[in-house]
Ligand binder design. Structure first.
Ligand code: ARG
Length: 558
């Protein structure tokens, strides 16, 4: 139950009809003023009475307190509510511990959410610019699954375009041996250099691209090879991050689904010829026209996204169709969604662009690759893991499985770096900050979880629990926090914002550490120990379950 909401409901039932208390009830800053309080100043006008008289009135009408409220007081125009903390601790802990170590997902609600994320480009390095889409999408995927949705993770591969004709040309001219991601990038760079001198290279590239389109077996087999190499490389990173997809249908998947869309646009009188190209004008909606076909008849990024959205609706019948893509593509998605709407698709409003800001790395110099300013995601993770190994060697040299733990922590630091702040903000990522075990970081969450584990390795709660031991402010802060886990996950899903859950977990960890410092958990006072161990276990399980939803692994020792 939501303590605040229930309290508001109860107070509301005592409110004269001419006033409205919504939004007035909140948690008290100072616990002396009750767990929850309502200032009555804003009600004075509607009720033609002084705040003091209003608070008195509420108090005197509250004769049938619900079981979770112990008492109400009227003090200087405030209505202060004191909870029956013992009863609430019991109900929250019984519920939380009943969910086990790893909370099971909620029962299926039968609704499908498509999530387009990571969506890498073939033969291009998997660089730091892909971090946010990969982990925000990957986290939303887990969050929606946890909430009982049928989440479909889609990697909309960038596997179509003239650049692949260029690559094949370069590969035949200068390629040596088995191509690798690095050699492909070099070939691509070289092509552009040489093509400045030799125009005919571009003709050759066009020819190869046409061959891919026509399904020529040589062209396709080389292209498939590029694809395979790329997917192998990104697959390694996905495995380390714990990222999964249900589909790799990318741009080229829609090759044979474009003509019907163009036809439909024509029939609906939406297509207009402009400088030889075919476009859907959108000036009425304050946007430049959406390009559908180039003058040579070739399709565009938007054409494919139109076909793709229509396909997803037919194939998955989504409730929501999310695109976790950088804000640089705002215009693109606004155009595509608008065209879908103009085509008469009501579900266009269920398509959502989930934008995010840019990631850059502090002191990235050492991480840039030869061919330009690209910082590879794998290199950043490697560096984080390497630094973690140094920290472990210094702080806990006897740790068993140190390499595995360093991997969990290093990856966690990078992942949390991209999931901790509101997604629309640009991030300047600093490895040192991300690895600070005392900061608001992934490793801090992991450390707090491991701390809970090490306490529970010494002793476990058993027998009857006296919940009266958990009514102090530090314990009850934890109870309050534990109680809002599900609502927090729902809020993160509703706003497509995993950082809401990240924030919650940091708050929970900080409150736990405050409790840990303020109270002896393992002691001779068996009644207090038992109750505190119980609370520790509930915190541990909640941390672990929540961390999983933001892609953090939870080692038991570190
Ligand atoms: N491959 C694109 C890029 O790297 C992102 C694709 C996003 N998804 C989509 N359906 N347009 O910019």
């Amino acid at each position: 139950m939501d303590f605040l909401q229930e309290t508001e409901k109860y107070i509301g039932s005592k409110c004269p009809p001419e006033a409205d208390i919504s939004g007035l009830v909140g948690y008290s800053q100072d616990i002396k003023n009750g767990d929850v309080c309502m200032p009555c100043f804003k009600l004075a006008k509607a009720l033609h009475a002084s705040p003091v008289a209003i608070a008195d009135g509420f108090k005197s009408r509250m004769t049938d307190l619900p079981s979770f409220i112990l008492k109400a007081e009227s003090v200087n125009g405030y209505l202060n509510i004191f909870f029956d903390r013992e009863a609430l601790s019991r109900s929250v802990l019984e519920f939380t511990l009943g969910r086990g170590e790893k909370f099971a997902p909620m029962p299926s609600n039968g609704e499908t959410i498509c999530i387009d994320y990571s969506s890498v480009n073939i033969a291009k390095p998997f660089h730091i610019g892909h971090l946010s889409t990969t982990v925000i999408g990957g986290s939303l995927y887990r969050i929606f699954k946890f909430l009982g949705y049928n989440a479909v993770g889609i990697n909309h591969l960038g596997d179509y375009g003239t650049q692949f004709g260029k690559l094949i040309t370069a590969y035949f001219k200068w390629g040596e041996g088995e191509p690798t991601m690095d050699s492909l990038l070099e070939l691509y760079v070289r092509f552009h250099k040489e093509a400045e001198k030799d125009e005919s290279l571009n003709d050759e590239a066009r020819m190869w691209f046409k061959k891919i389109e026509d399904g020529d077996s040589v062209a396709l087999s080389i292209f498939e090879k590029f694809k395979e190499i790329t997917l192998k490389e990104v697959g390694k990173v996905y495995d380390r991050l714990g990222i999964k997809f249900d589909s790799y249908d990318g741009e080229s998947f829609y090759n044979d689904k474009l003509a019907p869309v163009v036809e439909e646009l024509k029939q609906k009188n939406l297509l207009v010829k402009s400088d030889g190209a075919m476009v859907v004008p959108l000036d009425e909606y304050g946007m430049p026209p959406c390009l559908i076909l180039k003058s040579d008849g070739a399709s565009l990024y938007a054409t494919r996204d139109l076909a793709c959205a229509i396909y997803r609706k037919k194939h998955y019948d989504f409730k929501k169709n999310l695109y976790v893509v950088a804000y640089q593509q705002n215009l693109h998605f606004n155009q595509v969604f608008k065209v879908l709407e103009l085509m008469g698709y009501k579900w266009a409003s269920d398509c959502v662009h989930v934008p995010f800001g840019m990631v850059s790395i502090e002191g990235a110099g050492s991480l840039s690759t030869r061919s330009g300013n690209v910082v590879k995601l794998a290199d950043v993770i490697d560096k984080a893991v390497e630094k973690t190994k140094e920290i472990i060697a210094e702080k806990n040299p006897d740790l068993k499985d140190a390499d595995k733990t360093a991997e969990d922590i290093g990856v966690g630091a990078v992942v949390f770096g991209a999931l901790s702040g509101s997604r629309i903000k640009d991030i300047v990522f600093s490895l040192d900050k991300a690895l600070n075990f005392d900061g608001e970081t992934g490793p801090y969450l992991q450390y707090t979880h491991a701390r809970c584990c090490s306490i529970l390795a010494k002793a476990r709660a058993s027998g009857k629990v006296n919940y009266g031991e958990l009514v102090d402010d530090e314990s009850f802060a934890l109870i309050r926090r534990l109680n809002t886990f599900d609502d927090t996950v729902k809020a993160a899903a509703e706003r497509y914002e995993p950082s809401i859950l990240s924030r919650y977990l940091i708050d929970l960890a900080q409150e736990f550490n405050k409790f840990y410092i303020g109270h002896r958990i393992i002691s001779d006072d068996l009644s207090a120990m038992n109750a505190r161990l119980m609370l520790t276990e509930a915190v541990k399980n909640t941390l672990r379950s929540g961390m999983e939803l933001i892609l953090l692994r939870a080692p038991e020792k570190m």
